[in-house]
Ligand binder design. Structure first.
Ligand code: URA
Length: 245
C-alpha cells in the first residue's frame, strides 16, 4: 500500500504545532525543512512515510511522532488517568504539545491514582479497543502489598470464578494469585473492573496498602524505565501486549 499524502498544515495542526495560519507563518519564515530544504508552502501535500520524523524539521527540532503512536509509561503514584480531573494528570508527564494532538492520546484502561506501574497510551482507537476487548483476553499482572497476612484461602477463592464484588451482578472471572510471602503476592487478571484488585482483597477481609502493575499481556515494565518516564513502543512491543501471556 502506498503512503498517504496530506496537507502539511493539517498534519502539523493535528500534531499540536498551532493553527493552520500559524503553521503557514512558520513555513514563510523558513522554519520548516524537509531533507534540509525549506518547505515554503504549508498548504502543499506531504507523503506520510514512516521515516518522516527523521527528515522533517520544525523550528530546528525533528517532527513529533506521526499518528498511530503507542507509548508505555511508568505511572508514578499520585497522578490520575484522566483528561480533566483536578490535580496532576498522566498527560502532564508527556511533552506539552502532545496534549493538543488530534486524535488525542488516551490511556488504555486506567490505573488508580494510588497505583503505579505499566500504563499504555495510544491515539489509535482501534488498537485501544483491541487491547481492552474481553475477547483479546489480555492479562494484567499486579504486585500487591497487604495490610494483613494472607490466610491461604485467597488463591482458591480468586481462581473459583465465583467471587462477587460488592454491588455487582456478575462474579469475577478467575484470577491467579501467587504468594511471595505473608503480605506480598502477584495477581493476574483479564478483566478490568473498577478498583478490581483492591475490592477483591476487601471481599476476603484484607486491605491493599500498595499496588503496582508490572506486566500487560506479554509486555513487562522495563526495569530501566523510571517512574514518570515514558517510551515510544515499537510494533514488536505492541505485538507483545497482544501475544498470549
Ligand atoms: N485494580 C485496582 O484496584 N486498582 C488499579 O489501579 C488496577 C486494578
Amino acid at each position: 500500500m502506498s503512503a498517504k499524502a496530506v496537507r502539511l498544515d493539517k498534519l502539523l495542526a493535528n500534531l499540536g504545532y498551532g493553527s493552520r495560519r500559524e503553521i503557514q507563518g512558520l513555513a514563510r519564515a523558513g522554519a520548516i525543512r524537509l531533507d534540509g530544504a525549506e518547505w515554503a508552502d504549508a498548504g502543499d501535500r506531504i507523503t506520510l512515510e514512516p521515516d518522516l520524523p527523521n527528515r522533517l524539521v520544525i523550528d530546528g527540532a525533528p517532527l513529533d511522532p506521526l499518528p498511530g503512536l503507542c507509548l508505555m509509561l511508568h505511572k508514578p503514584l499520585g497522578v490520575t488517568c484522566s483528561h480533566k480531573e483536578a490535580g496532576p494528570l498522566v498527560y502532564g508527564l508527556l511533552p506539552e504539545r502532545w496534549r493538543r494532538r488530534e486524535p488525542p492520546l488516551s490511556t488504555v484502561g486506567r490505573l488508580d491514582k494510588e497505583t503505579s506501574g505499566l500504563l499504555l497510551l495510544t491515539d489509535d482507537g482501534a488498537l485501544l479497543h483491541r487491547i481492552i476487548s474481553p475477547k483479546a483476553n489480555v492479562a494484567k499482572r499486579y504486585r500487591v502489598t497487604l495490610d494483613r497476612p494472607l490466610t491461604g484461602n485467597e488463591a482458591a477463592v480468586f481462581a473459583s470464578g465465583t467471587l462477587m464484588l460488592e454491588g455487582e451482578a456478575r462474579p469475577l472471572l478467575p484470577v491467579d494469585l501467587v504468594a511471595d510471602d505473608a503480605i506480598h503476592c502477584a495477581v493476574t487478571l483479564t478483566e478490568g473492573r473498577y478498583h478490581q484488585v483492591r475490592r477483591m482483597f476487601a471481599a476476603v477481609g484484607n486491605h491493599v496498602t500498595a499496588l503496582h502493575r508490572d506486566r500487560v499481556g506479554g509486555l513487562d515494565l522495563p526495569e530501566d524505565l523510571a517512574a514518570g518516564d515514558y517510551r515510544i513502543m515499537s510494533p514488536a512491543a505492541v505485538a507483545r501486549v497482544l501475544a498470549a501471556s
